[in-house]
Design a protein around this ligand. Structure first.
Ligand code: SME
Length: 163
């Protein structure tokens, strides 16, 4: 690996994202295995943010199925259109939920989750492969910067993996 993981060196969100913008392409460089790249992407983001839960759900037929993640055990399958993840998939649109208790149909995997950001992973051909799901223990944790930066990191993951 061509770089050092910087744990807790940065103070602000912007500094952490600036580091991730540089670190993720370096981490994924030369590796096309999607599972390996997803696992390392999650671990790298988590090294900076220590979210309550972060991971992927992948489209399989009419369900999303749990992929690699960091955090407490989670629901294995989510039906299309259900919860925040199923909504992001069916609409092919990012969902930023400041208060999960106010989201109709939110699937509570953990009572500690207060806000949630779900970003669909869409290929260059327009196919939704799955979603990145992040849960925070803080209300309204995610803002425009998180939406933009994390979407950009997902683009790096897809492109590095040839998708
Ligand atoms: N809360 C999510 C379910 C997944 S867990 O948070 C890991 C939802 O409503 O889609």
């Amino acid at each position: 690996m061509a770089f050092q993981i910087s744990e807790d060196t940065f103070q602000s969100k912007s500094e952490r994202y600036h580091y991730l913008q540089r670190a993720l392409p370096a981490l994924l460089n030369g590796e096309s295995n999607f599972v390996a790249n997803c696992a390392n992407t999650i671990a790298l983001i988590q090294s900076q943010f220590h979210f309550h839960w972060i991971g992927f759900y992948w489209v399989e037929g009419e369900s999303l199925v749990l992929g690699c993640f960091q955090g407490p055990v989670a629901c294995t399958r989510i039906a299309k259109g259900k919860g925040v993840c199923g909504t992001a998939w069916s609409l092919a649109q990012l969902q930023n939920v400041p208060d999960v208790d106010a989201f109709p149909g939110h699937i509570a995997c953990s009572a500690l989750s207060k806000s949630e950001l779900v970003i669909p992973l869409i290929t260059a051909q327009g196919e939704v492969l799955g979603v990145l799901d992040i849960d925070s223990e803080q209300m309204a944790f995610f803002n425009d910067e998180d939406e933009r930066e994390l979407s950009g990191l997902m683009d790096v993951l897809l492109k590095s993996s040839g998708l």
